[in-house]
Design a protein around this ligand. Structure first.
Ligand SMILES: Cc1ncc(COP(=O)(O)O)c(C=O)c1O
Ligand SMILES: N[C@@H](CCCC[NH3+])C(=O)O
Length: 382
């Protein structure tokens, strides 16, 4: 069923983010139904959405938290995630962020370089602690997604290259305040060609064999996130293909006895639960194009400007015969375009418009450019 806005929200000031918590719950149920029988531990990647009502629901379903900044670690704690369920990843952790996470006694740091290990060891020692570390490897596996969100190729800044890994493991072993607990990899986001996870599994199998041969025991393996969603069919495919995702790892990843496998999903958990509601300010006919100018822009949702990404757009008010519109925002940039050539019923000033599948990497990436106010968040289906 296409998105519907309750009549009570028709007078809510626009633009605003609309979150369907009932859909979030259904998504979490499907996720755990696929993960639990296969004994996968799921962490939620906070970078996708950090709103407390969403985090609390996710935590209540038993997920851990995958954080990429000190702010996210603090937010995860605020939402009630146990420190023992929090992972801190990131290619550039500051000393202050590391100190905060050490003091909170989070479960694990995903570290990416010898330089970072040296700092982590020194800071852990200064606090009289031992930091648990998973080494993030760069498996050089193409995720076949948008180049801006591919993270597991040799050319990307993330992870430790396959050839450097043995030396980094040896170096970690020489540091008194660090304990190696596992390996971590994350090859990219919005992945719809699930065969790349088979390739990733094979790379991890090879690495594990090499490390085991050298006498290293790895109780934990974190295979990252990345499962994509259907931006084209948000209603028909509201629940992502969790079964397909986990079964790829189940089939291809070799688990050592007693080893715990972790995933860290963001987008697949929250994307479809979020919708950006906006109002048409003006319809403007230029010589070449008919524009529908919204009161939301790239400041509320930057994905189309940043990646040219597709989001389904619906006019919630008008029902007349369809016409073509370039749907744009009010920001002083020509890239402030949600999409060109959108077929919408004849659209007028005041019409409400829904921009779909924005629960992940929508509100979190909003900005105050042009001194815009932050859009409100509204929750339904509680
Ligand atoms: C290290 C890491 N883990 C997890 C995620 C979450 O990815 P996704 O939202 O695609 O599941 C990301 C984002 O791509 C990431 O960079
Ligand atoms: N921000 C990206 C995803 C990047 C994920 C983080 N590594 C998006 O909107 O699709």
């Amino acid at each position: 069923m296409p998105f519907q806005l309750s009549s009570a929200l028709h007078t809510q000031p626009t633009p605003f983010y609309h979150y369907d918590l009932a859909l979030l719950d259904r998504t979490l149920t499907a996720l755990q139904q696929a993960a639990k029988p296969r004994n996968f531990q799921v962490h939620y990647a906070l970078k996708a959405n950090v709103n407390l009502p969403i985090l609390e629901r996710i935590k209540n379903q038993g997920l851990g938290a995958d954080c990429v900044s000190g702010g996210e670690v603090q937010r995860a704690l605020e939402a009630g995630f146990a420190p023992g369920h929090i992972v801190f990843a990131g290619v550039g952790k500051s000393d202050a962020e590391i100190n905060l996470a050490l003091a909170a006694d989070i479960w694990c740091f995903n570290a990416e370089s010898t330089a970072e290990l040296a700092v982590l060891d020194a800071l852990a020692g200064a606090q009289g602690r031992t930091a648990r570390v998973a080494l993030r490897v760069n498996p050089n596996v193409d995720a076949y997604t948008h180049p801006h969100i591919t993270t597991g190729l040799a050319a990307n800044k993330f992870g430790i290259s396959l050839t450097d890994l043995p030396a980094v493991v040896a170096y970690l072993g020489s540091l008194p305040n660090l304990e190696l607990v596992g390996l971590h990899a994350h090859i990219g986001s919005q992945i719809t060609n699930l065969s790349v996870f088979a390739k990733l599994s094979e790379r991890l199998n090879e690495l594990q064999t090499a490390l085991t041969d050298q006498g290293h025991h790895l109780p934990h393996l974190n295979v990252g996130g990345g499962l994509g969603v259907s931006y084209e069919h948000p209603d028909e495919q509201a629940i992502p293909d969790f079964e397909g995702y986990f079964s790829m790892f189940e089939k291809h990843l070799v688990r050592r006895p007693g080893q715990q496998v972790h995933v860290e999903l963001g987008r697949a958990i929250v994307a479809q639960a979020g919708t950006l509601i906006s109002r048409v300010l003006y319809v403007k006919q230029s010589q070449q194009t008919q524009f529908a100018i919204l009161d939301a822009g790239m400041t509320e949702l930057m994905r189309p400007a940043l990646y040219g990404s597709y989001h389904h757009i619906q006019n919630l008010t008008s029902t007349g015969p369809e016409q073509l519109y370039d749907v744009v925002g009010p920001i002083c940039e020509s890239s402030d375009t949600f999409r060109k050539g959108v077929q919408l019923p004849q659209t007028q000033r005041g019409d409400l418009v829904a921009i779909r599948s924005v629960g992940a990497y929508g509100e979190v990436m909003s900005s105050g450019y042009n001194l815009r106010e932050k859009a409100a968040a509204v929750y339904v289906g509680q």
